[in-house]
Design a protein around this ligand. Sequence first.
Ligand SMILES: [Zn+2]
Length: 237
Amino acid sequence: MGETVKVESPNPRAAATGVAEQLDGRRLERVEAIGKNLVLSFEGGLVLRSHLRMSGRWTVREPGSVAHGRPWLVLRGSGREAVLWGGPVLELNKRAVRRLGPDILARPPDFNRMVSNIRRIDQSRELGDALLDQRLVAGIGNLWKAEALWGAGVSPWRRLANTTDEEIRAVLDEAARLMRRSVDSGREQRSIYRKAGRPCPRCRGAVRSRGQGDANRTAYWCPSCQPGERGVRLPGS
Ligand SMILES: [Zn+2]
């Protein structure tokens, strides 16, 4: 940070975004982790948001180290270079930071603002879908969404209109607690994520799974511990 950086995009898909040309020769002012987003602020008010999804990776190394492959982005300072491999989400604008909701891993997390963000959107949306919307709350991924909803006993299929502030808050609180514990311990304890068909650790009923939201990401839930809309499929339906 604080240096003027040379910026290149060796990967053709990344080069097509034009991000490197716009950042090249600017001073890197600040780097922040907001949830799973890495947000790099450059002089002139340009903000680069990078989200690694499952496969991306940032590394910092000596300049000119032998590199294989075509990284998405290389930021070169005088003594170090930062290299982004396989970063599927690369967004450059002046509003990236403001567009993200409060960080679930902040100490303490701003639960009031998260709840009010969630209340501002279309209340016919499902809670499980809203939890993954990074503009409302930043940092909750598919795994912790499933675990937090199960922990709080709230169905991912509940429409926001039928969910109380207290229930939303309980889910957010559980997400923050589980994620903080995972970060601090370096371990991931899963109760139901990717355990479809296996017994729920609480009631021994079968864990269910189904795609949710526009991105059709798989939701996991226990219909008896997390009752609610579409949570229990009627016989023959
Ligand atoms: Zn259960």
